[in-house]
Design a binder for this molecule. Structure first.
Ligand SMILES: NC(=O)C1=CN([C@@H]2O[C@H](COP(=O)(O)OP(=O)(O)OC[C@H]3O[C@@H](n4cnc5c(N)ncnc54)[C@H](O)[C@@H]3O)[C@@H](O)[C@H]2O)C=CC1
Ligand SMILES: O=C(O)C1=N[C@H](C(=O)O)C[C@H](O)C1
Length: 267
């Protein structure tokens, strides 16, 4: 039996890439796709929307029906929409794969509650490279003391609405974990004006936005006389889409729970 995978936010940048990736993955079929009311692509064939062969399923606004009929739903939308979708996943007990970033405490709480009734994979970055980098950053932060200043630089396309990126914050959480502290207690999310000297142990973030940059991240460990850098450059959204489809297949038959990409990738 094929794995039936749906996509919410199917007309978005990631949505279209996800549709094409599902169609190209052996053993998977497009179960459906949804968008917000008023989206000009509503009623279009999902294959056509993704620039591939017709899929015989059209774009609708009915996310409830999508969660009812799909084995897994991929969600790269926006925080409020993702919280609503998590409740639908809980209602139907079907897998929910969440890539949406910019989630705040209320949306996270809804997702955690939903994960008691459905398997949910939540990851700010679904690429193998970034998830490996997160593990390396944790190990490095554990090995290096606070004489090594940690700074995280990211750059994304001009349309991105949240900052710092979910991945940058994830890398920051990995570094904080390595140091045995909470990120909230050491994060410097931006700097401006007379900031005073750098506080020892802080983890700093710098955000760049421009053009069509898919996603670039650099974690810098800077000490007196030397510097170590771990970087990742995404040149195609296909890396995120492949990770999401892998997560959807992996989640089949898993008990309800909140999972991370490192569970999916076995890292
Ligand atoms: N975890 C990961 O690996 C990655 C995460 N992202 C994240 O995914 C999200 C989306 O990114 P993009 O595709 O670039 O944005 P986008 O703006 O191109 O697409 C989002 C789509 O979701 C739709 N949407 C919003 N509310 C909806 C609702 N209630 N029902 C159905 N559709 C709805 C929008 O109309 C839009 O088409 C962002 O939070 C981004 O940071 C992006 C790439 C990789
Ligand atoms: O908005 C994007 O495009 C991306 N968002 C994710 C993030 O916030 O980290 C992942 C990726 O870098 C692309």
């Amino acid at each position: 039996m094929a794995t039936r995978i749906g996509v919410v936010g199917a007309a978005g940048r990631m949505g279209r890439m996800l549709l094409a990736t599902i169609a190209a993955t052996p053993g998977c079929v497009i179960a459906g796709g949804t968008e917000r009311p008023g989206n000009p692509a509503l009623g279009q064939d999902l294959g056509k929307l993704a620039g591939i062969e017709p899929a015989g399923v059209v774009l609708t606004t009915d996310s409830d029906a999508l969660f009812a009929g799909a084995d897994a739903v991929l969600d790269f939308t926006a925080p409020a929409a993702t919280a609503t979708h998590a409740s639908l996943a809980a209602k139907h007990g079907h897998a929910h794969i969440i890539g949406t970033t910019g989630l705040e405490a209320p949306e996270r709480a809804t997702i955690e509650a939903a994960a008691k009734r459905a398997p949910i994979v939540l990851a700010p970055n679904m690429s193998l490279g970034v998830n490996l980098a997160m593990l390396l950053v944790e190990q490095m932060a554990k090995a290096l003391d606070t004489d090594w200043d940690i700074e995280i630089v990211e750059m994304h396309h001009r349309h991105k609405v949240d900052a710092p990126s979910g991945t940058a914050l994830g890398l920051g959480r990995a570094a904080a974990k390595g140091r045995g502290v909470s990120l909230d207690s050491v994060a410097q999310r931006s700097r401006d004006g007379i900031t005073g000297e750098r506080r020892k142990g802080d983890i700093g973030f710098a955000t760049l936005r421009g053009g069509d940059v898919v996603g670039e991240h650099r974690v810098i460990f800077a000490a007196e006389g030397e510097r170590i850098e771990i970087g990742h450059i995404a040149t195609s959204r296909a890396i995120f889409a492949r990770g999401a489809v892998k997560a959807a297949i992996w989640a089949q038959g898993k008990p309800p729970g909140l999972y991370a990409m490192k569970d999916v990738l076995g890292l």
